[in-house]
Structure formats: C-alpha cells, structure tokens
Ligand binder design. Structure first.
Ligand SMILES: Cc1cc2nc3c(=O)[nH]c(=O)nc-3n(C[C@H](O)[C@H](O)[C@H](O)COP(=O)(O)O)c2cc1C
Length: 175
C-alpha cells in the first residue's frame, strides 16, 4: 500500500469489538509515534497506555472513547517542549498532534480501527491518573478492532474540500 492509499483508507472508527489489541500491533503503533518528528527533536510526547477495564471506565467518564479496549493518552511534557525564543510559543500541542497522526496511520496500516479524541477535559483526566504536573494531556487515541465496516477510501471526494478551497499561490493575493 502506498502512503496515499493508506491516507485515503484511514478513517475514524467509533465502534469496536471487546477483543484486546494484540500487543505486537500496539508495539508497531508506539514505534510509529516514537519516530515522529518533533520541534528541535524535543520528543516532548508522553504516552499513557490505558487498557485496564476500570481505568477505561473512569476515562470514559471524561472522554468519549466509544468502548475501545485501548486508549492512548498523549500528553506533552512542558518541561521538555521546545519554546520559541522570541515569543515563548510552545510546540507541545503540535508535537503531540504529529505523534498522534503517525500512530493513527500506523493503526490503520496494521488493520486496527482508531479515532482521535480531543473532546475531553484535560484537567480531569490529568487528576484522574495522577499525571506529573508538567504533563498536559492533549489527545486520546481510542483503538480497537473495528466492529463496523470501514468507510470507503473514495469518501473524500464529497467529504473533503477541493484543493482550490485550501491551497493558494502568492499571486492569488497580489494586488
Ligand atoms: C484534532 C482532532 C480532534 C478530533 N476530536 C474528535 C473527538 O473528540 N471525537 C470524535 O469522535 N472524533 C474526533 N476527531 C475525528 C474527526 O471528527 C474525523 O477525523 C473527521 O471527521 C474526518 O473523518 P475521518 O477521520 O473518518 O476521515 C478528531 C480529529 C482530529 C484531527
């Protein structure tokens, strides 16, 4: 499968079987996150594996994880994030998003379903799992075996904007 085939095949999966995720497949997903680029190679991502029933139940009180048997909580360690020298801009949210993207695509590549979840209360989740104070949970990746047919790789034609709505040339703004 070429990269563009994988990118088109990947879709959000929001229904999972109860089966646990094969640890070998989880290892592939984590490795994809490990090699992701981060600002100045800061590698500020801190990933918490949540796969025990009670932990998943507690997490699902604050985050919609669609009954997934595995959730990865992706945090940025603000003691490790790169901060832009002239204005303090902190790349933690971006680093973790890049890591998320690598892992989400890896999940699709190994035949698992996953959905990126940002609709949760970071402070509640941080307290729930007693995370270090410098860690900020930015994203949850809910992963499992899909319990629904996967969306078509051809769905993007109607569901994504055409390129001319999102891509421009400098001359488009020239007065
Ligand atoms: C930054 C980001 C945040 C998202 N947050 C949520 C979320 O909280 N809950 C959810 O069900 N899906 C969430 N999604 C999934 C998007 O809704 C989904 O990727 C988008 O609708 C396109 O559908 P597709 O992934 O099937 O191609 C999120 C995706 C991204 C990239």
């Amino acid at each position: 499968m070429t990269f563009i085939e994988l990118a088109k095949k990947r879709c959000s999966v929001r229904s999972f079987t109860k089966d646990p995720v094969d640890p070998a497949l989880l290892a592939v997903i984590l490795e994809a996150g490990r090699v992701a680029p981060t600002a100045a190679n800061s590698q500020s991502q801190r990933i918490v594996i949540i796969d025990e029933k009670e932990d998943l139940r507690m997490l699902s009180e604050f985050a919609q994880i669609y009954g997934a048997p595995l959730a990865l909580l992706i945090c940025a360690d603000h003691d490790a994030t790169w901060k832009r020298s002239f204005d303090g801009f902190d790349t933690g949210a971006i680093d973790t998003a890049v890591v998320m993207t690598h892992m989400m695509l890896a999940a699709a590549d190994v035949g698992l379903g996953a959905v990126w979840v940002d609709y949760f209360k970071p402070d509640k989740v941080k307290a729930l799992f007693h995370l270090p104070s410098a860690w900020h949970p930015f994203h949850v990746l809910a992963i499992g075996i899909p319990n629904v047919p996967l969306k078509s790789p051809d769905r993007h034609a109607p569901l994504r904007l055409p390129l001319d709505k999102t891509v421009f040339r400098v001359k488009d703004f020239r007065k």
